[in-house]
Design a protein around this ligand. Structure first.
Ligand SMILES: Nc1nc2c(ncn2[C@@H]2O[C@H](COP(=O)(O)OP(=O)(O)OP(=O)(O)O)[C@@H](O)[C@H]2O)c(=O)[nH]1
Ligand SMILES: [Mg+2]
Length: 254
């Protein structure tokens, strides 16, 4: 009984932690270099920060960009010519991607152009199929260490929004971090909140989410101006002081 309670408490904490941080899900073909990129992006922070999240599955790690924490989740790689009936079971493993704030599509840019185009298209199709078509997406063209300058330039012309990286050498990782952050910042919602002192844990959650925030202690609680991820904004709605109406709550007396 005790163990069960502990288990469910752990689950609840995990849910809370997951919900609190913006999530980036890796997707793409097998062998594209997703796991390598996950290690490259998060490697330096495994340790102190990781202990907070030790209950998360090992495929999920935290990393920071400009003081803000993100979760990065690995997924099973797509395989070539996935039989249609497999798409469903495969989709289950991509559940993470559906809930992610950003899908980081990783592709092996060392493949010949025709093959690359085919793989990119196939991944897009599966994302549509599992209902993730509307998720914000970023394309990382990986393994550019294997390419000559001419091929890199050609890729740059053809796919100007993609980030060219190498999980192996670390090249392009700064660009990738900047692009992830830019995507994320553009989805933030400015909020003005009054958080009662009794809700201190909310404040630390907000701090994790919003990174920098303006705060002032007042009689009624902590007055905060912060930019909150759209997906988390609803949780702070009840503290809003800038006239943002609570969304889902029905009128109290009906
Ligand atoms: N040259 C080069 N090799 C890379 C790079 N990234 C990954 N690799 C290699 O590509 C192979 C596949 O890398 P993984 O990270 O396991 O690929 P994955 O996308 O996680 O594959 P699945 O887990 O099967 O979906 C490994 O042999 C890596 O060493 C890179 O940037 N450059
Ligand atoms: Mg992998």
């Amino acid at each position: 009984e005790l163990r069960r309670a502990e288990g469910s408490r752990r689950t609840m904490r995990r849910e809370r932690e997951r919900a609190a941080l913006p999530t980036v899900a890796l997707a793409g073909y097998t062998n594209a270099g997703k796991s390598t990129l996950l290690n490259a992006l998060t490697g330096a922070e495994v340790g102190v920060r990781e202990r907070l999240f030790h209950t998360l599955d090992p495929a999920t790690r935290t990393f920071e960009i400009s003081g803000r924490s993100y979760l990065l989740t690995d997924t099973v790689g797509f395989i070539r010519k996935l039989p249609h009936q497999l798409v469903e079971s495969f989709a289950a493993t991509l559940e993470e991607a559906l809930g992610a704030d950003l899908i980081l599509h990783v592709a092996d840019a060392s493949a010949p152009e025709e093959e690359l185009a085919e793989m990119l298209g196939a991944v897009d199709e599966v994302l549509v199929e599992i209902g993730a078509a509307d998720r914000p997406r970023l394309l990382a063209l990986n393994k550019v260490d294997l390419l000559d300058d001419e091929r890199r330039r050609a890729l740059g012309f053809r796919r100007p929004d993609a980030i060219q990286v190498s999980g192996e050498t670390g090249e392009g990782l700064e660009d990738l971090r900047a692009a992830i952050e830019a995507r994320f910042l553009s989805s933030l919602r400015p909020m003005e909140l009054l958080v009662p002192y009794a809700e201190g844990s909310r404040l630390s959650e907000l701090h994790d989410l919003a990174g920098e925030m303006e705060r002032e202690d007042t009689e009624g609680g902590v007055h905060v101006r912060a930019r909150v991820p759209a997906g988390a904004a609803a949780r702070f709605e009840r503290f809003a002081v800038n006239g943002t109406p609570a969304t889902d709550d029905p009128p109290a007396d009906e």
